[in-house]
Design a protein around this ligand. Structure first.
Ligand code: UDP
Length: 337
């Protein structure tokens, strides 16, 4: 891939850098002066999503190959995005999730530890909390995932915790993402899964006529309007948290996990209303049964990440997040037609 960076830019390994969140972070790493070396098998990512850096097609769990790549490029920092992400699929096919998310993280970690990697940023998830006893949920809350996706991320966090404790020169940050949403504010990047399952994306694709209706999974949750509540975070802001996490480790910050959310919850019906407002399309909505593995509410307590990483972007209105995704969806639809 083409990149404006000179060969002196520091190489940084980004697994899953051709995916939704990874591609936004690759964009920002390049702007910060790194040279992103993206390792992606393109099972859900797209080579076109890389605005910069170099694509190495392959498996993040191939310890020998990844170790050779790290040594050949003199890589010292790694960001690990490559993973499966669908809660419902993880319930149906748990071993697929443990294999790709946990075992591959272990294999990648082995390559990193054997090759002198110093800093590791891991894409974890709020799903590690399961059904939190209190909302907003702080990092100190019990880690009791209720689906294999969340459990597979928790296993990876434990691998990282123990590996870091055994190696003083190796430190990590696990970012527990709440609900990534929206798209690059210039609409160059966005979500483009082959099987879209996320709420906002499904709503906007329904507005475009790609699906006959949007299903609302569960309207009998113990929430204000009966639908599930999530902390939707703009992907550009989520991306900036990764840059802050790298800085934190550079400045000697200790290994730990941080919530990555605004601390603001929106229900499924709030998102549907915003999608209708922004698109101006009154798309059909039907009420359906709860989706297996879904907690009623997940909203971050962002206190720790604000204090320790200095990550405190202005909280955008839900409509702003939706508008960025809508611009991208329209562009994507035009490209695919
Ligand atoms: N959801 C829904 N209809 C959809 C997709 C999702 O009602 O077509 C709900 C889902 O049950 C959850 C919330 O929207 O309560 C957010 O789901 P999403 O898949 O976007 O993210 P998750 O919270 O599972 O990571």
């Amino acid at each position: 891939m083409n990149s404006p960076k000179t060969p002196s830019a520091e190489p940084i390994l980004v697994t899953g850098g051709a995916g939704y969140i990874g591609s936004h972070v690759v964009r920002d790493l390049d702007a910060k002066g790194y040279f992103p070396v993206v390792l992606d098998d393109l099972s859900s990512g797209h080579a076109e999503a890389m605005l910069c850096g170099e694509l190495v097609r392959g498996d993040a769990g191939d310890t020998e190959r990844v170790g050779a790549l790290i040594r050949a490029r003199g890589i010292r920092r790694v960001l690990h995005f490559a993973a499966f992400i669908q809660v419902e699929e993880s319930v149906a096919e748990p071993l697929k999730y443990y294999e790709n998310n946990s075992f591959n993280c272990l294999r990648l970690l082995k390559a990193c530890l054997a090759s002198g990697v110093k800093s590791f940023i891991f894409s974890s998830s709020a799903a590690v909390y399961g059904i939190p006893g209190t909302i907003p949920v702080a990092e100190t809350a019990p880690l009791l995932p209720i689906n294999p996706y969340g459990a597979s991320k928790l296993v990876s966090e434990m691998l990282l915790r123990d590996a870091a404790a055994s190696r003083p020169g190796f430190r990590y940050v696990a970012l527990r993402y709440f609900n990534a949403a929206g798209a690059d504010r210039l609409a160059r990047l966005g979500q483009d899964y082959r099987k879209p399952t996320h709420l906002l994306t499904r709503a906007l694709k329904t507005a475009l006529g790609r699906f006959p209706c949007l299903e609302v999974f569960g309207d009998d949750y113990p929430t204000a309007d009966g639908t599930a509540v999530r902390d939707y975070i703009h992907v550009d802001d989520l991306s900036s948290a990764h840059l802050k996490a790298l800085e934190y480790l550079e400045n000697g910050g200790e290994s730990r996990a941080f919530n990555c959310g605004y601390g603001v919850g929106h229900s499924v019906l709030d998102v549907v209303a915003a999608a209708k407002r922004v698109t101006g399309i009154d798309f059909p909505v039907v009420h359906a049964a709860r989706r297996p593995g879904d907690p009623a509410a997940l909203v971050a307590d962002p206190g720790l990440i604000r204090r320790e990483l200095g990550w405190a972007p202005p909280v955008p209105a839900l409509d702003e997040i939706v508008a960025s995704a809508w611009k991208w969806e329209q562009k994507l639809a035009a490209r695919k037609n």
